[in-house]
Structure formats: structure tokens, C-alpha cells
Design a protein around this ligand. Structure first.
Ligand code: UD1
Ligand code: CA
Length: 459
């Protein structure tokens, strides 16, 4: 939109969070609060976006991925929302039109509501338009004080009289301002209040005294402008975001057995007829195919799961790709960078790292497979371990197609087991096994007859 500029206020510490982390970095449904606000701002295609950072400035910038279309400005010290806006003035040099200051801690605000706010503001030719909401519990918010129909001023909770605290119309902290003359007026705001801070909402009284047009627009659903100041509010907003995601997935044909315990990030996609059992967490850039079963206690992060995959209870899968029809778990741990082929099986207490397990291959019990390339239809016996680390370097294990690794085998990397080869159980394999060969390294078994009885007699 031409002549539209956004400033996101995100410098505050958020004392009420009782956290060493800046408030806007806290995550609702897996995503930093400020990231929601930036995405909403972008949806309006404004001419410019500035983010005011201060508390943990570099972490906030990093959370937003150092975007090139975003102008970061630093507010130090953080002495109030009016001062935060002033810090952004140089970033807006020569700009005209409408300025939208947004709060970094109001994640559910929709782009449609903001668009309506801008339209209302422009058609009323207002100097300022305040987005408000009517709520049953206004605690913590600034209250909209009216004289007659007109907004007269905004009073913060801490400065309000008990009568003013009864007001149910609250300030969302979101406004549309005409840029013309804005910063001069903001400079006129004083800090004579309970918190000794420069309050941006004080601009309303200043404008009204000057006889400028100040409008309000109430949102239909107060949820949308819910500002997060405490852990309880963070949890409540996370719940709303997750409920929306679950509803969207269920509408698209996914069974979620207990939506209250399904923790599915907005960024995740799930195919139709997949069943999500209770207590499943799906995070980040994860895609789950169609017809899968994801059982209880599973956590999948940044991974691509094919179609008709079964992940049994209590598996952790990170940054891995799983082929169609594979079966994983229960209790499997896939650390980053694995590729599991179609119809492969990974069983209980198996750990994988940087490993390719070919189609139809099986590692069903108690194994560690790290830095390994395993071909098709390989059988990895119980208790097989790739010894990939000698204390200094990590080395590769290669197991070619159709090989059979007996139980309790250690493969001391770098080492290759050739195509179709057999490794006898209990072997320590330090040298390459040629294709089609049998390798055994355990010593010959010796039986000592009558040993137990002799021991009991003590001779
Ligand atoms: C603010 C409004 C209040 C409104 C509420 C809605 C003021 C004084 N009050 O109160 O009327 O009902 O939002 O959610 O504006 N920030 C800075 N620099 C600062 C202070 C704050 O960048 O010096 C940022 C914060 O990081 C936050 C936003 O501004 O993202 C709002 O600040 P916060 O302290 O949460 O204001 P509230 O007390 O919630
Ligand atoms: Ca707030």
C-alpha cells in the first residue's frame, strides 16, 4: 500500500513475564511473538517497516532473520512507547501518509483488521485512529475515556481512578496516525505519570485539545488484540493458535484424536487420513504425508515424512526424511540428517545420525547407526553399533545392498561391508568385508564340563 509505513515496537523487557528473555522473543505455539506481528505487517505491503529493538536487540534481530526489507532501530534506554516511536523518526525521514505503530506483543492481530483501520482512518481524514476493544476483564490495559461520543483521552491502568478502571473499552496499543506533524506532537508528550514513562496513548489528549480529528474503531473479536504480558496470557494465545491449526487440519481430513494435546506448529503440513494420537508434537518445517499414524509421545522437528508411515510411541525425529510405508519406533531417536528409505523399519531403542538406511532395510532393535550409508534390504541385527568416532574424527560405515549384520556387531569405521555379505554375530569388524563373504571375529567357543559343580564344592 502506498504511503503506508509500519513501526513495530519491540524494545521492552516485559517485566511481568519474569524472564531473562525479551518478551517479544517468547514463543506462542512455537513462534516468537514479534514474528507474528512482522508477518501481519508484511501482508499489508507497506512502503516501509521499521522495528524498534532494545532489550536483547541482537537476539530479536536474529529471531526475525535479519530481513533486508526491515529497518531496525535501537531504543536505549526503554522509557516508554512514545519514546520508542520517536527513535524510529530518522528511519521515516521524508515519509508521508499513514503510520501504523504495532506492538510486538500483540500476535493475533489480523491484516484484515489493520486494513479496515487504515481505510477508516483515511476516509475520516483523521489525525489519529485508535483500535479499541470491549472486554469483560480490562485489567492491565489502557482505558478509553470518552466525553460524549468522542474519545477524549486514554488512561493507563496505573494512573486510572477507580471509576475509570470500570471502563470496559480498552486501548489495543494499535493506531493509525497521519505522519504530518506526528513526531513534533510525540515530542510534546511528558512522563508525568505513575511509571515515569513516555506514553504514546497520551497523544490522543494532545490532539483532542488541539481540535484534531481522533477516531476509534472497535474490533469485533477482542481475542485479536490480546497483548501478552504474562506467561498465562502466552499460554492462552498459544492455545488459540493451536486450536486454529488443529481445526484447519481436521477440516482437511486429518484425524486428531485429542486436539487438546496436539502441538502442531502453523508451519507444519499433514496429509489426509493421517491419524494423530494424543500428545504429539510436530514442529517447524515438517511435512507429514497421507495415511500415516503418528502415535503418542512422538516429537517430529523439521522433517519430511512420506505417505502411510507409522511412527510408534515415543520417538524423536529431527531433520530427517522418511520414505513411504516406513515404520519407526517405539522409542527410536533420529538425530539430524537421516534418510530412511521406503518400507524400511527402525525399531525400539535405535539411534540414527547422519545415516542413510535404504529401502526395505531393517534395524529393529537396540542399535546406534551414525555416519553410515546402508543399502537396500539390509538386515541390521540387534545391538549393532557403528563405531564412528575415534575421539578425534568421525568416519563412515558403508553397508551394501542385501548384507546381513549379525547381532551384537561393532563396525569400526571407516569400514565397508560388501554386497550380500554376512557378518557373524558378536563380531568386531575392523577391515572391509568383500561382497558375498562371511566375516566372523569372535573367538571359538570353549565349554568346560562340570565347572559349576566343581565351583560349589570349592575345589
Ligand atoms: C500498552 C499501552 C496500553 C494498551 C496496551 C495494549 C502504553 C503506555 N500503553 O500498554 O494503553 O492498552 O499496550 O496491549 O503504550 N515498548 C518499547 N519501548 C518501550 C516500552 C515498550 O519498544 O520503552 C514496546 C514493548 O516491547 C511492547 C510494546 O511497546 O511490544 C507495548 O509495551 P508494553 O510495555 O507491553 O505496554 P502495555 O503496558 O501493555
Ligand atoms: Ca503489552
Amino acid at each position: 500500500m502506498t504511503d503506508l509505513h509500519v513501526v513495530i515496537l519491540a524494545a521492552g523487557k516485559g517485566t511481568r513475564m519474569k524472564s531473562s528473555r525479551a518478551k517479544v522473543l517468547h514463543r506462542a505455539a512455537g513462534r516468537p511473538l514479534v514474528d507474528y506481528v512482522l508477518a501481519t505487517a508484511r501482508a499489508l505491503s507497506p512502503q516501509s517497516i521499521a522495528v524498534v529493538v532494545g532489550h536483547q536487540a541482537s537476539e530479536v534481530k536474529a529471531a526475525l532473520g535479519h530481513q533486508s526489507d526491515v529497518h531496525f532501530v535501537v531504543q536505549e534506554p526503554q522509557i516508554g512507547t512514545a519514546n520508542a516511536l520517536l527513535v524510529a523518526e530518522p528511519a521515516l525521514a521524508g515519509a508521508s501518509g499513514t503510520l501504523l505503530p504495532l506492538s510486538g506483543d500483540v500476535p493475533l492481530l489480523s491484516a484484515e483488521t489493520l486494513q479496515r483501520l487504515v481505510d477508516r482512518h483515511r476516509s475520516a481524514n483523521a489525525a489519529a485512529t485508535v483500535l479499541t476493544a470491549f472486554v469483560s476483564v480490562p485489567t492491565g490495559y489502557g482505558r478509553i475515556v470518552r466525553s460524549g461520543q468522542q474519545i477524549a483521552r486514554i488512561v493507563e491502568e496505573k494512573d486510572a481512578t477507580s471509576a475509570e478502571r470500570e471502563i470496559r473499552e480498552i486501548n489495543s496499543g494499535i493506531y493509525a496516525f497521519a505522519l504530518d506533524g506526528l513526531f513534533d506532537a510525540v515530542r510534546g508528550i511528558a512522563a508525568d505519570n505513575a511509571q515515569r514513562e513516555y506514553y504514546l496513548p497520551d497523544l490522543v489528549a494532545i490532539y483532542r485539545r488541539r481540535g484534531l480529528v481522533v477516531e476509534t474503531m472497535a474490533v469485533d473479536h477482542a481475542d485479536e488484540i490480546c497483548g501478552i504480558n504474562s506467561r498465562a496470557e502466552l499460554a492462552a494465545v498459544s492455545r488459540i493458535v493451536r486450536d486454529r491449526k488443529n481445526a484447519e487440519l481436521m477440516a482437511a481430513g486429518v484425524t486428531i484424536e485429542d486436539p487438546a494435546t496436539a502441538y502442531i506448529d502453523e508451519s507444519v503440513s499433514v496429509g489426509a487420513d493421517t491419524i494423530i494420537r494424543p500428545g504429539v508434537t510436530l514442529e517447524g518445517a515438517t511435512t507429514i504425508g497421507a495415511g500415516c499414524e503418528i502415535h503418542s509421545g512422538v516429537r517430529i522437528v523439521d522433517s519430511a515424512i512420506g505417505d502411510r508411515v507409522t511412527v510408534l510411541d515415543h520417538c524423536v525425529i529431527a531433520q530427517s526424511r522418511i520414505g513411504d510405508g516406513a515404520r519407526i519406533g517405539p522409542f527410536a531417536h533420529l538425530r539430524p540428517d537421516n534418510q530412511v528409505g521406503d518400507h524400511a523399519h527402525i525399531g525400539n531403542f535405535v539411534e540414527l545420525k547422519k545415516t542413510v538406511l535404504g529401502p526395505g532395510s531393517k534395524a529393529n532393535h537396540l542399535s546406534y547407526l551414525g555416519d553410515a550409508t546402508i543399502g537396500e534390504h539390509v538386515n541390521v541385527g540387534a545391538g549393532t553399533i557403528t563405531c564412528n568416532y575415534d575421539g578425534k574424527t568421525k568416519s563412515q560405515t558403508v553397508i551394501e545392498d542385501g548384507a546381513f549384520i549379525g547381532s551384537d556387531t561393532q563396525l569400526v569405521a571407516p569400514v565397508t561391508v560388501g554386497k550380500g555379505a554376512y557378518v557373524g554375530s558378536g563380531s568386531t569388524i575392523r577391515e572391509d568385508v568383500p561382497p558375498g563373504a562371511l566375516a566372523v571375529s569372535a573367538g571359538k567357543q570353549k565349554n568346560i564340563e562340570g565347572w559349576v559343580a566343581k565351583k560349589k564344592r570349592g575345589d
